[in-house]
Every structure is written in C-alpha cells, then in structure tokens.
Write a protein that binds this ligand. Structure first.
Ligand code: SAH
Length: 216
C-alpha cells in the first residue's frame, strides 16, 4: 500500500490473521481485509513493534486502537456487502474505518475528539484511504445529512442505544454496538421495518466509554 509497508510487516500481519482465525473468525473477507491494512501505520511510533499483536493500544487523548480480534468480530457481525453505506461512531486511529473500506464499504466515520480527528484526517489520505469520509461531531447525533445507512458500527461503550442511530438505519439494516457501563455486551440490532427491531448478543468486551459533545 505504501513504501512504509514492508514484507516484514506483511509477514507479521499474516501471523496476526492466523491468530484471529484460530480465535474463531471464519469470514474470509474479513480476514483478508485485516491482512491488507497496515496497522503499524495507525499507531504511535513507540508502539510499532506491538502493532501486530492481538491487543488494544493507546493512540493519544486517552483513547485506544481496538484489538484486532474485536475489529474482526464487529466487522463480521456487520455482514458488509460491497457498496454498503456504513456509519462508524468513534473514528479513533481510523483502523476500523480502513478495514471497512477494504471490505468495499462507503465509510462515514464520526469522532468527538478534535485532536484525534485532525490526526486521522491527515493520516488516512497519506496511506491511501482517501475515500473514507471523516467528521468531527458527537456520534450520539449520528450523521443525519448522510442517513439512512445500511450498517452502523459503534466502537465505544454505551449503556443505551442512541435513538438517533436507530432512526438512521435503513429497514433491513444492521447496527453493531457494545452495550454496558463497566464491560460491554456486543449487541447486534436488525431493523426489520419502520417500527420493529430485533436484538442479538455476542459476548463480553471492553471499550472506552462513548461520551457526549465535542472535545477540543
Ligand atoms: N474505531 C477506533 C477505536 C476507537 S476507540 C479505531 O479503530 O482505532 C473509541 C473512540 O470513540 C475514541 O476515539 C473516542 O474519542 C470516540 N468517541 C467516544 N464518544 C464519542 C462520541 N460521542 N462521538 C464520536 N466519537 C466518540
């Protein structure tokens, strides 16, 4: 993808993909997408040697880049089809957004931390992800100007599903959201029609909290 992605990095990435596969991710399109995204470029240089461990890491402003396994779980649950309009809440490093882009989605991602937003808005085009659209805003509002979405992914933990997000889901659409305060239950919501939603759960995870408003 860029000159900063070497064969050594690709080798490490293949091992990471194997590790995630062994943990139970069977969707080969998701595994291939993770195999293509140069995760080391999304992390602060002091952590570069950690980039291909299956762990979450700090990315500044008290936030983290999600664990690759967690990214794989959320991406699998979204059942991305090429051309899907996908809204992500919590851009962070932009890694999850890049994985969604590699799956063929049109990605719209919202971040509330101005510094992180600026850092990622500079990085993504530099490493080839020009078409991922980033917004500074409060994800609790969703992105009304671009709604409705085929899929919505929330990458911060929250107790209750924001109703704005439910309303911005297309009928037949899916939302994947970690629900809970201390730890979060991965939850998938399907919008069956205008009025009805169906909910399924997929185990416990740990996310940074979804907060309100924009932070300078
Ligand atoms: N998807 C990210 C991981 C993000 S961690 C990645 O791949 O790196 C969660 C992110 O959600 C943090 O960057 C945090 O600032 C952001 N966040 C928390 N509350 C938010 C809100 N209300 N709106 C938008 N982003 C929010």
């Amino acid at each position: 993808m860029t000159s900063n992605d070497s064969f050594r990095h690709k080798g490490l990435r293949n091992r990471l993909v194997e590790e995630i596969r062994k943990k139970g991710i069977i969707d080969h399109k998701v595994l291939e997408a993770i195999g293509r995204v140069p995760r080391h470029l999304f992390m602060d240089s002091s952590f570069i040697q950690m980039a291909y461990k299956d762990q979450a890491f700090p990315i500044g402003q008290g936030q983290t880049i999600s664990q690759p396994y967690t990214v794989a779980v959320q991406t699998s649950l979204l059942e991305i089809q090429p051309g899907d309009q996908v809204l992500e809440i919590g851009t962070g490093s932009g890694y999850q957004a890049a994985v969604l882009y590699e799956m063929g989605a049109f990605v719209f991602s919202v971040e509330r931390q101005k510094r992180l937003f600026q850092k990622t808005a500079k990085l993504l085009p530099e490493i080839g992800y020009r078409e991922v659209r980033l917004f500074l805003g409060d994800g609790n509002d969703g992105l009304p100007a671009f709604a409705p979405f085929d899929k919505i992914i929330v990458t911060a933990g929250i107790s209750d599903i924001p109703s704005n997000l439910l309303l911005q889901l297309k009928p037949g659409g899916l939302m994947v959201i970690p629900l809970g305060e201390r730890s979060q239950t991965m939850t998938r919501i399907k919008r069956l029609n205008e009025d009805d939603f169906e909910q399924e759960t997929f185990g416990e995870f740990a996310f940074v909290p979804m907060l309100k408003g924009i932070a300078k």
